[in-house]
Design a protein. Sequence first.
Length: 386
Amino acid sequence: MKIAVVNSGSSSLKFKLFEAKDALAHFVVENIGKADAKIIFAFREKKVAISKIVANHCEALKEIVELLKEYEILADFSHLDAIGHRVVHGGEAFVDATVIDDEAIKKIESLKHLDPLHNEANLEGILLALKMAPLVKQIAVFDTAFHSKMPKEAYLYALEAKYYENYGIRRYGFHGSSHSYLAKACANELQKDIRELNIITLHLGNGSSVCAVQGGVSIDTSMGFTPLEGVIMGTRCGDIDAGVVFYMQRELGLSVDETDEILNTRSGLFGLCGTNDVREISASGDANAKLALDMLSRSIKKYIGAYMALLGRVDAIVFGGGIGENSAILRKMIFENINFGILFDDDANEDSRKIISKADSKIDIMVIKTDEEQEIANECYKILES
Ligand code: ADP
């Protein structure tokens, strides 16, 4: 069975083709609509980067279809068994992967207000794929779905009930496909049943979140109503006293949109030291860069501590995402002065080995390359095989 997974971001489109559950080809179209757009394409041992202006997501998908044809990988989308789509926000309406029909489209549209930026792009990808392959089953996999079983005490904010009941204001959590993938891969690595494990998963990329996974179920996560809450991120501030927002508006005269832009796009690592690239920050001798790294590791450490307390017993802590998988410096900083029976293995960490704790450590620490598209494909295979 052949499945394609489409992951449409605001200015990028990722596309992965699977055959018999293995990835066959991988495309990333970056900077859509900008002068420096690029198509990166990996197939077998081949890796090609093509600089080409790609006007919009429709053009990006058409370019991918042409490359699939040119390299004789797939004649067209009608030869697929299903197309899986990443949809960021499923609200409370979607707690599982869902076959897309008119009703599902209407529901996804009705959730746009919760996350206009992501859901708009995700929906655009769905409508395009439907146009290109109207007879192929399309399946939506939601980032929020993995967190849908969190207990009420985890997902409610301490507000009057009407704000949740009438307006849906609650913690939803994000990066669900990544947290689910990391937890399953960790159980696999440990050769244990996931239902017996308590795991803390860390998805650390440009956007970052931490998740407490008990028996394979998310019981708490750091991102909230929006992806702004939680650990310090590339350009997002993470946890902040809501009073700061009122102060910025009342005392500094900033508008709602200006505050939104500042907290989401000009804060975090970028706001602290002028770049959100952890490679640059780690190599820099600049005092602000050093402070940014100290603050980042401290904010992640605080979530690990909180989730250790919530879970009561932790079997493994798993790092994934561009930063989690690659920054040995940050991983080391996070475990400095932590004891609790954790024995961090410096050499294994430097070598970015899969297990970076010592054999007699009470908690295994792991580095696993996350794969959201693989997780989405697995959800699609589950539906096709049911
Ligand atoms: P996104 O959330 O956009 O998918 P990624 O998961 O790809 O992001 O992570 C991107 C981030 O990973 C970059 O901003 C950079 O800070 C970090 N990163 C990538 N490679 C390295 C590296 N070798 N060392 C440290 N950080 C890295």
